[in-house]
Design a protein around this ligand. Structure first.
Ligand SMILES: C[S@@+](CC[C@H](N)C(=O)[O-])C[C@H]1O[C@@H](n2cnc3c(N)ncnc32)[C@H](O)[C@@H]1O
Length: 381
């Protein structure tokens, strides 16, 4: 607690006095009775309390939510994010001192996720604070992430304010994308890859690119705009590939050498090896393989196979952009998995750059768990 980490696990608690409601903020006292701050009570979760304030002066002030949201926005403004894109993360849960709350801005619209009992407790205040701070035309709730189960909360999606269209058009670094706020993955778009997409664009000229786990094609479209000779976009979701086609059109790339493939990437990589097909650039941005400690081993096997199979079909000197968004796979572990794939594939691998989540997804040094996306830009020889 003295290190200002926001989580208190159930095993660290001696007793709860009274009967706080789910999500209600309560005072936390040390074993000697000193006030340590206030946090929201989550009776169903192993993370039993998520701290909102620290220290003996930590009484929750009436406008805490509004102030924290304003501060979060000011931090993004200081990063000049709005000059790069009209879509960005405004509130990133614990990283912005608002545990369990995600707020993403997509042009005139806002999508939010209430992921914990505490975020639910402050629901109305949060909605009012969003209206006041971001003045959106509409707010849509996407509280359908699986973490809600651990908090004993049902999934909940729908309008919170105004009218929200089926698809919202956003601008990112000079490119345009349709975002399916209501049905798309997470809140609709992978904002955390913004900076990595720019790097891919810068290395694409004349290259044959395999964009694995393409979703709605953002990496592929950046590649084409960077002068790629050909881009194959692979995803298992037909809806994502449909939107990818619309995104090509939106960027004036209707006739571009871009090919959608609805396939399981694991199978496709093996088929491509058997057919002796090669690529200059491969992007591996899989979904989260590890959701809890019990499936770490399975996740490691998945990452290892993917990287091994991709390295085998890269031309000598080709680039591999490989990612993991599993928080439980730490950076060093991810590196060692990729290294072991290289050994098995008999490849020499140079680490050109370590990659991470975009700046609007920053994390405080007191909360290293906030870094979840890690990636490597590799030259494979
Ligand atoms: C993390 S997202 C990719 C985000 C994308 N790179 C972007 O920047 O928008 C993972 C994607 O993998 C897809 N997917 C999951 N399992 C798959 C599989 N075995 N084969 C192909 N696609 C898969 C999902 O449909 C999802 O679109």
């Amino acid at each position: 607690m003295l290190k200002r980490h926001p989580w208190i696990f159930s095993g660290a608690i001696d007793r709860i006095e009274g009967r706080p409601a789910p999500g209600e903020p309560i005072w936390v006292l040390s074993s000697r009775g000193e006030p340590l701050g206030m946090g929201c009570y989550s009776p169903s979760s192993q993370i039993r309390i998520r701290m909102l304030t620290f220290g003996e002066d930590g009484e929750i002030e009436p406008d805490l939510i509004l102030y924290r949201l304003q501060k979060a926005l000011r931090t993004r403004i200081s990063m000049n994010i709005q000059e790069k894109s009209n879509a960005y993360r405004v509130v990133n849960s614990e990283c912005d001192g608002l545990p369990g709350l995600i707020i993403d801005q997509y042009g005139d619209y806002v999508v939010c996720q209430f992921l914990t009992a505490g975020a639910e407790f402050f629901r109305q205040e949060i909605i009012e604070a969003i209206k006041k701070t971001l003045s959106p035309r509409g707010i849509w709730e996407r509280s359908d992430a699986r973490v809600r189960e651990k908090e004993g909360l049902e999934k909940r999606c729908g309008p919170l304010y105004g009218d929200v269209p089926e698809r919202v058009k956003i601008q990112e670094q000079g490119l345009y994308f349709w975002v399916d706020i209501k049905q798309g993955h997470k809140t609709g778009f992978y904002l955390d890859q913004r900076e990595n997409r720019s790097i891919v664009r810068a290395f694409s000229r004349g290259k044959k690119v395999l964009n694995c786990f393409s979703y709605t094609g953002a990496f592929g479209i950046y590649s084409l705009k960077g002068g790629a000779r050909e881009v194959i976009n692979v995803d298992i979701s037909p809806k994502a590939l449909e939107l990818l086609q619309a995104n090509l059109k939106l960027n004036g790339l209707e006739g571009a050498p871009s090919y959608p493939l609805k396939k399981n990437v694991f199978h496709l990589l093996r088929e491509l090896y058997a057919r002796e097909e090669n690529f200059d650039i491969i992007i591996l941005d899989p979904p989260k393989f590890v959701s809890g400690k019990k499936n770490i081993q399975g996740g490691i096997r998945g990452y290892k196979e993917l990287n091994y199979s991709a390295m085998r079909i890269l031309r000598p000197g080709g680039l591999l952009f490989t990612f993991s968004c599993s928080g439980l796979i730490e950076e060093e572990l991810f590196k060692s998995i990729v290294y072991s794939s290289a050994l098995d594939a008999g490849k020499e691998v140079l680490v050109l750059k370590s990659l991470s989540q975009a700046m609007d997804h920053f994390y405080p040094m007191t909360f290293p768990e906030g870094k979840y996306l890690k990636g490597l830009m590799l030259r494979v020889i």
